[in-house]
Design a protein around this ligand. Structure first.
Ligand code: BGC
Length: 242
C-alpha cells in the first residue's frame, strides 16, 4: 500500500509517498520551511502544497509536534500557541478533502522504528526519544504504542528537559559534543530511573552524529541510534494511516 507521509516540524514540513509494506520512500522527500508564525491556517496551507506537489489522491498520514488526542492538538511547545485546542484532524480533512491520520511526531518515529528499524521484534518497554527542536518521546509496551508520553517535558535543573538537552541546544548554545553528550546521558539516566526501559532508541537530526557523542553515554540499559533517521516521521505517519 502507498500512503503519503507528512512530518510537520517546527522548522520544516516534509513529505513523501511511502511503501507501507517495506517502510521505504517511493521518491525523494519534498520539504518546505514551516511558515512563521506557524498558525494552523498557515501550516495547513503548506501541508496542502506538499500534497499538491505529489499530485496525491490516496491516503495521508500526518505527524505534529504536540499531544494529539481525538484529532485535537492539545499542546504547542514549539509551534504557534493557537494550535492548543485546535480540531487539527478536522481542519486537515477539510483542507485536503479526505480524512487523515494525525499523531504526535515522536510517536510516529517510534512506530516506524518498531516496524522497520531497530525496534523490530523487541518486546518489553521500548522508549523512542527524538532530539531535535524539542525532545519527543514514543513509548511502546510489547510493540504497542502508549501515545502522548511527552518525556521531553520532565523537569531537569529547574527547566524542561528539552531546554537542557534537545538537539537545538547543542547548536544554539554552542556546546561541544562532549558537553552535550553529558547532558543527554544525564537525561537518559533520569528517564531510565523513572520507566526502566528494555531499550532506548535515540532519533532526531542529531542521531546522525551518533559517533561524535555516544561515547559519553553510560546508561544501564541498551541505547541504540535510530535506523530510519530523518525519514522516521514520514514513514511513521504513513504507517499510522495504513
Ligand atoms: C512536544 C512534543 C514533541 C516534541 C518533539 C515537544 O516540545 O511537546 O509533543 O513530540 O517536542 O517535536
Amino acid at each position: 500500500m502507498e500512503v503519503l507521509g507528512i512530518d510537520i516540524g517546527g522548522s520544516g514540513i516534509k513529505g513523501a509517498p511511502v511503501d507501507t509494506l517495506t517502510g521505504t520512500l517511493k521518491t525523494d522527500r519534498h520539504r518546505i520551511p514551516t511558515p512563521q508564525p506557524s498558525t494552523p491556517e498557515a501550516v495547513i496551507a503548506t501541508t496542502s502544497m506538499i500534497v499538491d506537489f505529489f499530485d496525491w489522491d490516496g491516503p495521508i498520514g500526518v505527524t505534529f509536534p504536540s499531544v494529539v488526542q481525538g484529532g485535537v492538538t492539545k499542546t504547542a511547545a514549539n509551534v504557534d500557541e493557537s494550535w492548543i485546542g485546535a480540531p487539527a484532524s478536522d481542519l486537515l480533512a477539510a483542507a485536503l478533502g479526505r480524512p487523515v491520520a494525525l499523531l504526535n511526531d515522536a510517536d510516529a518515529a517510534g512506530l516506524a522504528e518498531m516496524r522497520f528499524g531497530v525496534g523490530r521484534g523487541v518486546s518489553g518497554v521500548v522508549v523512542m526519544l527524538t532530539f531535535g527542536t524539542g525532545i519527543g518521546s514514543g513509548f511502546f509496551v510489547d510493540g504497542r504504542l502508549v501515545p502522548n508520553t511527552e518525556l521531553g517535558h520532565l523537569e531537569m535543573h529547574g527547566m524542561d528537559a528539552e531546554h537542557y538537552a534537545a538537539g537545538r541546544i547543542h547548536e544554539e548554545d554552542g556546546l561541544s559534543f562532549d558537553d552535550w553528550g553529558d547532558r543527554v546521558n544525564e537525561y537518559l539516566n533520569y528517564v531510565h530511573r523513572l520507566v526502566w526501559p528494555d531499550l532506548i532508541i535515540v532519533g532526531g537530526g542529531i542521531s546522525k552524529e551518533w559517533d561524535s557523542w555516544s561515547d559519553r553515554l553510560a546508561v544501564p540499559t541498551r541505547v541504540v541510534p535510530a535506523e530510519l533517521r530523518n525519514e522516521a516521521g514520514i514513514v511513521g505517519a504513513a504507517v499510522a494511516a495504513s
